[in-house]
Design a protein around this ligand. Structure first.
Ligand code: ADP
Ligand code: ADP
Length: 225
């Protein structure tokens, strides 16, 4: 099976600070990949390059064999809306919308009618065990409930890849583990690959493959399970 996403010898600096120094990585369809390693080793920067949010200074990112940086802006943003899903640590839900409307939003934006979008959103909230917050605004949900809603919103379009940057970093370990288990299980059901940045060895151990970063590059060989 060819890889879905490839980072090939990617370097990126912020001013005089090198964040990535020749990082290479492959993401295969449907796999759960954990990026681990010390703080400052370049994990988030690689995640942002893979997802097209940042452009590398040198090296290449390709998605299905096509150079991301060579895609027209419109195609790159279409990828980010449809083929890619994102879960971050904080602040990704629209506070004025209900949780159900937040989850339905990516479908609504891609032209799905309200009833159908909200039916799908309701089913996914139930799968993530937060059906009870559907009618509430995110501010009325707990931290763990809010992250489950954010996971639902990232998965609602059945993306090819979900990027998750320390998605449970703001939760206590019990809630964090619950959210991660549900994220991984729901992504597997949809066939979505997951690229997960985590500090927690226990969470990384649930991935299919773990890549350890050190000093701006992947410390090979990768550990496969
Ligand atoms: P983590 O180490 O978990 O990635 P950080 O707090 O280091 O979290 O970084 C969070 C985000 O803040 C990064 O993805 C990056 O965009 C930004 N960031 C990190 N370091 C700096 C910095 N020195 N100056 C400005 N922004 C930074
Ligand atoms: P990690 O995710 O492994 O903690 P990052 O990719 O966030 O590492 O950061 C790698 C290095 O790049 C760090 O030295 C960090 O301070 C720096 N960095 C990251 N983002 C920024 C930014 N937006 N501005 C300045 N420095 C940054």
């Amino acid at each position: 099976v060819p890889p879905l996403l490839v980072a090939d010898d990617v370097s990126k600096s912020f001013g005089a600070t090198p964040a990535l120094k020749g990082a290479s990585l492959q993401v295969f369809p449907g796999e759960v990949l954990a990026l681990t390693g010390p703080s400052g080793s370049g994990k988030s920067t690689l995640l942002h390059c893979l997802s097209g949010i940042l452009t590398p200074d040198s090296g290449r990112i390709s998605y299905e064999g096509r150079d991301l940086s060579a895609l027209p802006d419109g195609e790159r943003s279409a990828l980010r809306r449809g083929a890619f899903g994102f879960v971050f640590q904080f602040g990704q839900l629209v506070p004025e919308l209900t949780c159900l409307e937040n989850v339905a939003l990516p479908l609504r934006l891609s032209g799905v009618r309200r009833r159908q979008a909200e039916r799908s959103a309701g089913e996914l909230l139930a799968r993530l065990q937060v059906a009870d917050v559907a009618g509430k605004r995110p501010g009325q949900a707990s931290g763990g409930q809010g992250q489950r809603v954010a996971v639902a919103r990232a998965l609602i379009t059945a993306p090819r890849v979900v990027f998750a940057d320390e998605p449970t970093g703001a939760l206590d370990s019990h809630n964090g583990e619950q959210v991660m288990r549900l994220l991984i299980a729901a992504a597997r059901e949809r066939g979505s690959a997951v690229v997960l940045v985590t500090h927690e060895a226990r969470i990384a151990s649930w991935a299919d493959r773990e890549v350890m970063f050190r000093d701006g590059a992947a410390d090979t060989p990768a550990v496969s399970r």
